[in-house]
Design a protein around this ligand. Structure first.
Ligand SMILES: [Fe+2]
Ligand SMILES: [Fe+2]
Length: 170
């Protein structure tokens, strides 16, 4: 079952899936299930969350929803645990925030054919945490959805516990 966070829609039965199936079923993408992301989820699930909601928003405004969906899936396409990024031996080395979008783009370009918008959305998705802005409107959607989704992912277990407590009181 493939769902985005806060959604009951089965994604394999959704029009969205047709546009991203080649990426989702790729062995490298499946590998992202091994990596934790934002403490309580996996990088695979986080990528789906960003991709699906970016797709819905861009589709609503008649923007390039397909490129947003594809770039959303690939924006964190790197293969190490984030907490293992260590620059203590070389403090002048760029931060994980600055380096992982470039790494994601390079990994994504090796595995898939990307258009210019998708490249832009992947490499600039850390805006506004880093200064470089996306060059297309869809890029702003992916960057903002990424940050909102991160908050939801961090807080999901607390909300779940709160809901269970409230239901238990009724
Ligand atoms: Fe990221
Ligand atoms: Fe992300």
């Amino acid at each position: 079952m493939l769902h985005a966070i806060c959604s009951k829609k089965q994604l394999t039965a959704h029009a969205y899936y047709v546009f991203v199936a080649d990426i989702l079923e790729h062995a490298n993408m499946q590998q992202l299930k091994q990596f934790r992301h934002h403490v309580h989820t996996t990088r695979f699930q986080h990528s789906i969350n960003v991709s699906y909601y970016s797709y819905l928003i861009c589709r609503r405004f008649h923007w390039d929803a397909v490129s947003a969906a594809r770039a959303g899936l690939l924006h964190d396409f790197y293969f190490y645990e984030t907490c293992e990024y260590d620059r203590s031996a070389a403090p002048e080395q760029a931060s994980h925030f600055a380096t992982h979008p470039k790494l994601a783009l390079s990994n994504a370009a090796m595995a898939f054919s990307l258009n210019a918008k998708e490249e832009d959305m992947i490499v600039h998705h850390m805006w506004p945490v880093v200064k470089q802005k996306p060059q297309c409107k869809e890029g702003f959607v992916v960057a903002i959805v990424d940050k909102y989704i991160a908050i939801f992912e961090y807080l999901a277990p607390f909300w779940q516990r709160m809901r269970q407590t409230l239901v238990g009181q009724n």
